[in-house]
Design a protein around this ligand. Structure first.
Ligand SMILES: Cc1cc2nc3c(=O)[nH]c(=O)nc-3n(C[C@H](O)[C@H](O)[C@H](O)COP(=O)(O)O)c2cc1C
Length: 365
């Protein structure tokens, strides 16, 4: 049998297989005060056969919300609501970690109850738009965080991680990828600071490393993962100087390695050689979301577990469309096609109504 179906322990998180679900924002947390509902619990329960589920991005603070109807982990009500999700997944024998996502400059005041201006390392506005209660709007200009606010933001991540454990999650994943706050500190076009939070390699990596260190100190490093996407231009990130990217991420990965985290989650951007380099720098589990071009990660990529490129693979769109993905991978398909028009917002259609294979665990539940 493929190594994909063999168990593996990440820090203190025991996976029954190496097929994990990628974090995916679905903008359907319709409960009051950015809380999850029974619909969200059902969606995750259906996917509990994953070796590990990484949740959609969850804001660690009000100002960290950059999309409509994304859930939070900064209030007592949110913690209580998440318990329905974690208990549903655990009842099916699954594992689930909370992805903590502060969107930084990607946002708009209309997306937060307090009409808060988005915050970022520097006051550099991103091109693009967001959907708000008042329709499509250009992304708002962010304001630069003060040093004191940076310290408070680290504290917000720590509190959200504590809340995640209180809510029954098996761990947290810190979102350092895809152009959100942690990534904005790393990239030269979004971090123009000249104080200790910018400039040098140490400066640009300081925020991500401190968030990881403080969160690990709060809940235990063996329950903390970190996601990176070196060179990914999403959300206006410009990491075009290959040498600079290599140096920044080497510094970051070495710093994270010193913290003894449960895992590193690499979202690959074309450069397989760079993936091998990251693996050689990383002492423990490497979770890989491989570069696959326009196609979603699929059965062909299982070879990356066999040849040792990675220890765990994450599947995004295929898991979205196939609640019983591991069972389907085990028999080589068939696979449901994802419907992109139903990725964000909406109801159960394109969310909890993708069928499982007849006879598979997800079909029975
Ligand atoms: C609907 C959707 C929402 C996503 N939301 C997130 C997110 O909240 N956090 C994150 O790190 N990545 C997010 N991603 C990226 C996925 O985790 C993954 O990297 C991407 O889909 C590529 O993997 P795939 O080919 O297996 O789909 C999202 C992707 C999709 C399709």
């Amino acid at each position: 049998m493929s190594i994909a179906f063999e168990p593996l322990t990440l820090g203190s998180i025991e996976l029954h297989s190496r097929i994990a679900m990628s974090p995916m924002t679905r903008s359907r947390a319709y409960g009051p005060g950015a809380t999850v509902t029974s619909l969200n619990a059902e969606y995750y329960r259906q996917r509990a056969s994953a070796g590990m589920i990484v949740t959609e991005g969850i804001q660690p603070s009000e100002v960290g919300q950059g999309y409509p109807d994304t859930p939070g982990l900064h209030t007592v009500e949110q913690v209580e609501a998440w318990k329905s999700v974690t208990s549903a997944v655990h009842a099916e024998g699954g594992r689930i970690v909370a992805q903590l996502m502060h969107t930084g400059r990607i946002g708009h005041p209309l997306l937060t109850p307090g009409r808060l201006q988005p915050v970022a390392p520097s006051a550099v506005r991103a091109e693009g738009y967001v959907h708000t209660s008042e329709g499509k709007k250009d992304l708002a200009a962010p304001r630069e965080l003060s040093e004191e606010e940076i310290e408070q933001t680290i504290g917000d991540f720590v509190r959200a991680a504590r809340h995640a454990v209180d809510a029954g999650f098996d761990g947290v994943e810190l979102h350092g990828a895809n152009g959100y706050l942690i990534h904005q500190f790393l990239a030269p076009n979004t971090n123009r600071r000249q104080d200790r939070w910018g400039g040098s390699l140490e400066g640009r990596t300081r925020f991500g490393l401190l968030v990881a260190r403080e969160v690990a100190g709060e809940i235990g490093a063996d329950r903390v993962g970190f996601r990176i996407s070196p060179g990914n231009p999403l959300n206006g990130i410009e990491e075009t100087d290959v040498e600079d990217v290599r140096r920044v991420y080497e510094h970051l990965v070495r710093g994270l390695a010193d913290l003894d985290l449960a895992y590193l989650h690499l979202l690959e951007d074309r450069q397989r050689a760079f993936t091998h380099q990251v693996r050689s720098l990383w002492p423990s589990t490497l979770v890989l979301n491989p570069f696959t071009g326009a196609e979603p990660t699929g059965p062909k990529q299982l070879a990356l577990l066999e040849d040792g490129t990675a220890d765990v693979l994450t599947f995004g769109r295929m898991f979205l469309a196939n609640p019983d993905l591991p069972a389907r991978l085990a028999v080589g398909g068939p696979f449901n096609e994802p419907h992109p028009t139903r990725f964000y917002s909406g109801d159960e259609r394109g969310y909890t109504d993708y069928p499982a294979l007849a006879g598979s665990a997800a079909a029975v539940g």
